[in-house]
Write a protein that binds this ligand. Structure first.
Ligand SMILES: Nc1ncnc2c1ncn2[C@@H]1O[C@H](COP(=O)(O)OP(=O)(O)O)[C@@H](O)[C@H]1O
Ligand SMILES: [Mg+2]
Length: 599
């Protein structure tokens, strides 16, 4: 469907307002025509003979009153409808984008998506609220004037009207140009938004590497491109009124030439002719506005196309129409020949026939070199991505057969990069569980060993922690993330290097917190701490997407040719201080951990 009509569909719920607005526009148009009709009695009766003075004067005031009211209500209501449509489009777009798959977000930047929601939506706002209103109101007014002209002198009116198609050509041509340039301009704004969010989010690295000038140049380049394209739009838009005016002038000159002869021959009164000319002059304003309508609509269509492209993108992980509610885990989680590759990767299998299972309550450690596929594997459980072959089953049920909400309700996750929101500590812990009581929040925080530092803050649980939790240390952030997972209290727990950014002191606290978290839960722990790995009921050793060994710590170490022993010798695992009797760091020293440096 054409983007214009799709936009109009968003106005459908506001039909009633639209109806009132239309009535107001009709009143406006009738009053406008009435004004042109009053010219004749002015010149034929009032001025020569002072007849009908009161009537005409009253008529003028009345007509302006009606015109004013019509104008007020129509523009107020049309803007209101436009803003509502824009709001609804914006909300739909946000919800739609949020529902997209992880692969979708990996392909696009935050800045680009942001730009669709702000710049493109703003671009359609003017069209819907102003342009469509203008189109109807001024179109009606134009019809009113034309009718008046026919009333005064049909032949003359016909002559004038036949020249109208001449103006259509430039309007259509310029409209096309405006649409193309607007599309380009919106793409460039997207780029601008991308550069901005990237530079601001990475401001510390920008500064540390002295790259301010580089970022400024990048921004200035994009900014200049937006400027140039916008000027192209402006030049097309500005060309319209003068073209209209010139053509109008020609029409008036022709009418004057013809009309003066008609008056001389006595076929037309002066009043009629002045009325005719007035109608023509008055036509200029609606005609000028109408000439821009097409160009403005083209702008909205360009932006609308970009919005609808996004709304038509479906990368959501889909739910079967007959998906059931997942019942709470009671037996086991099973990976059965799980194979996976990224659609936009190089085609290499990231996971290849991974099979193992975890009985309820067990802790499974997943180890392997960086890039082995550990994070990818755990991301398949909440269906951030779907397996390409094989299956993951909860108590024998394929996770693709249950609803996403009921599946994800069973899983709590703590990731290496802690994600916190610019909100209070309490709300961050209760994220996704808005109705949690303060008592429950505090209990989770205590178990995560976060209560101590939280209660030392001036506002306690009501302290706002800044974007991405910037006002907290890495260890504090991780403990809040653990508290959040504790509060969720779900049967399956996934920890992806959840303690990677901790110093030795908070490390011990977090280890305790984790022990609380792991109790009675089925957990998958991507571990780089020896203490965690040792405790695991089973260790899954991944190498280039394949399971090479499964077993307990001591058994794996004892095997000949053990891949696990090799990882161990590579000093893959950090040991945590006082887990050993003498209180010194035991085992392999900290080094070569997996994953990236913390932000
Ligand atoms: N979104 C993605 N698109 C394409 N390739 C990816 C994506 N994420 C990870 N990869 C690739 O998948 C492989 C495994 O990554 P990952 O599961 O993060 O490993 P690990 O967590 O074991 O370090 C890596 O080689 C990486 O390049
Ligand atoms: Mg990883």
């Amino acid at each position: 469907m054409h983007p214009f009509f799709r936009l109009l569909r968003y106005a459908r719920p506001h039909r009633a307002r639209l109806g009132i607005a239309l009535a107001a526009m009709l009143a406006y148009a009738l009053a406008t025509a009435g004004l042109a009709l009053l010219v004749k009695p002015i010149f034929d009766h009032v001025l020569p003979a002072r007849q009908q003075l009161g009537l005409v004067a009253g008529g003028i005031i009345g007509v302006y009153l009606v015109k004013g009211l019509g104008s007020y209500f129509s523009s107020y209501l049309m803007t209101d409808i436009g803003q509502r449509v824009v709001r609804d489009v914006r909300d739909a777009l946000f919800g739609h984008i949020l529902g997209q798959s992880a692969a979708f977000f990996a392909r696009r930047t935050t800045g680009q998506l942001l730009s669709r929601i702000t710049n493109d939506v703003n671009q359609i706002q003017q069209a819907v609220s102003e342009t469509i209103g203008d189109f109807i109101r001024e179109g009606l007014a134009l019809v009113g004037y034309a009718a008046t002209m026919f009333y005064y002198d049909a032949r003359l009116a016909l002559v004038v009207m036949t020249s109208a198609p001449i103006i259509v050509y430039p309007i259509v041509q310029l409209g096309q140009r405006v649409r193309r340039s607007t599309r380009r301009s919106q793409e460039q704004l997207e780029e601008l938004s991308h550069i901005t969010t990237e530079a601001f989010a990475g401001q510390r690295i920008v500064k540390a590497f002295g790259a301010e000038a580089h970022e400024r140049r990048r921004f200035a380049g994009a900014s200049d491109r937006v400027y140039r394209t916008n000027m192209k739009v402006t030049s097309a838009l500005s060309a319209l009124p003068p073209i209209m005016e010139l053509l109008g002038g020609v029409g008036i000159a022709a009418a004057l030439w013809y009309g003066s002869r008609q008056i001389a021959d006595g076929r037309l009164t002066t009043g009629e002719f002045v009325g005719f000319l007035s109608a023509m002059f008055m036509m200029y304003q609606p005609a000028r506005k109408l000439s821009r309508v097409n160009a403005n609509l083209q702008q909205a269509i360009a932006a609308g196309q970009r919005i609808f492209e996004m709304l038509d993108t479906h990368t959501e992980v889909t739910e079967r129409p007959d998906a059931r509610q997942a019942s709470p885990l009671t037996r086991r989680v099973e990976f059965d020949g799980v194979t996976f590759y990224y659609d936009d990767g190089d085609g290499r299998h990231i996971l290849d026939g991974v099979s193992f299972s975890a009985d309820v309550g067990q802790m499974i450690a997943i180890v392997g070199l960086s890039g082995a596929g550990k994070t990818t594997l755990v991301n398949l459980v909440p269906r951030f991505y779907d397996v390409k072959a094989g299956a993951i089953r909860l108590d024998g049920t394929d996770i693709r057969d249950v609803t996403l909400a009921s599946l994800r309700a069973q899983i709590a996750m703590v990731t290496q990069e802690t994600v916190l929101f610019d909100d209070t500590i309490a709300n961050n812990i209760a994220y996704g569980a808005q109705h949690a009581s303060p008592g429950a929040i505090e209990m989770a925080a205590r178990a995560a060993h976060a209560h101590e530092f939280v209660s030392a803050l001036p506002d306690g649980y009501q302290t706002r922690i800044g974007e991405r939790g910037q006002r907290l240390s890495g260890g504090q952030r991780q403990r809040l993330a653990i508290a959040r997972a504790l509060l969720k209290d779900s049967p399956i727990l996934i920890l992806d290097e959840a303690t990677s950014s901790l110093d030795a002191e908070s490390e011990q606290l977090v280890q305790d917190a984790l022990a609380n978290l792991l109790r009675d839960r089925t957990s998958f722990v991507i571990a780089h701490r020896l203490s965690t790995v040792r405790r695991a009921d089973a260790i899954v050793v991944l190498d280039q997407g394949r399971v090479v060994e499964i077993g307990r710590h001591d058994d794996l170490l004892a095997r000949p040719e053990s891949a696990y022993a090799r990882l161990y010798q590579l000093q893959m695992f950090e040991s945590v201080a006082p887990t050993d009797d003498n209180g010194t760091r035991a085992g392999a020293p900290a080094a070569a951990t997996t994953g990236e440096a913390p932000r």
